[in-house]
Design a protein around this ligand. Structure first.
Ligand code: ADP
Length: 194
């Protein structure tokens, strides 16, 4: 299986590049942000609890997102592979993911990190806020809180995957196709399809 963790701060382009990677490599897209927004749209209890946290740019509790990922992995056990987008975001989530995948006799192939500087990120998120309708993209203070959460809780995952020799960084500034090509080059250097 090809199991990719797509990594990078809010606004790095994970959603855009995920779409291209799933098409090229025939993967299942697991975005915890999308899964949570769908819970909110359906007004479930989980969604209502998550909404307040998300609107403030705070992370949702680990057990909630781990539970969602567990159920998606279980219902897609015939997949060729997965792309994890916006997950894991904490070390506890990364450890849980390793355990869930090992129960399926598979593992993470690589973490691909999109590197984009802070100034460019804020610009992109405010621009997206104009037409995405996402409350968390509209306000600079909330964006700053998301970046703070990222730096405190998510950035350390670079070390987690470096220790497993699975961390690869790509320049996240450039055209969508340029960045996509850099990502594919990494995948093709690492992954030998069986
Ligand atoms: P972005 O990467 O642009 O911030 P996402 O759609 O990935 O957007 O996430 C939006 C919000 O959903 C986050 O700010 C957080 O509140 C919540 N969220 C998404 N994934 C997770 C996760 N793995 N753990 C905790 N909270 C999450």
């Amino acid at each position: 299986m090809l199991n990719i963790v797509l990594f990078g701060p809010p606004g790095a382009g994970k959603g855009t590049q995920s779409e291209k990677l799933i098409t090229k490599y025939n993967l299942i897209h697991l975005s915890t942000g999308d899964l949570l927004r769908s819970e909110i749209a359906q007004k479930t209890e989980l969604g209502m609890k998550a909404k307040t946290l998300m609107d403030n740019g705070d992370l949702v509790p680990d057990d909630v997102v781990i539970g969602m990922i567990r159920s998606k992995l279980n219902s897609n056990n015939q997949a060729k592979g997965f792309i994890f987008d916006g997950f894991p975001r904490t070390t506890a989530q990364a450890q849980a993911l390793d355990e869930l995948l090992s129960e399926m006799n598979t593992q993470i192939t690589c973490m691909l990190a999109l590197e984009v500087d802070n100034e460019e990120l804020t610009k992109r998120l405010l621009l997206r806020g104009k037409d995405s309708g996402r409350a968390d993209d509209q306000n600079e203070e909330i964006i700053r809180n998301r970046v703070k959460e990222y730096n405190n809780k998510t950035a350390p995952l670079k070390d987690y995957y470096t220790a497993q020799k699975k961390f690869y960084a790509v320049n996240g500034i450039g055209s969508i196709d340029e960045i996509f090509n850099s990502l594919c080059q990494k995948v093709e250097n690492i992954y030998i399809p069986s």
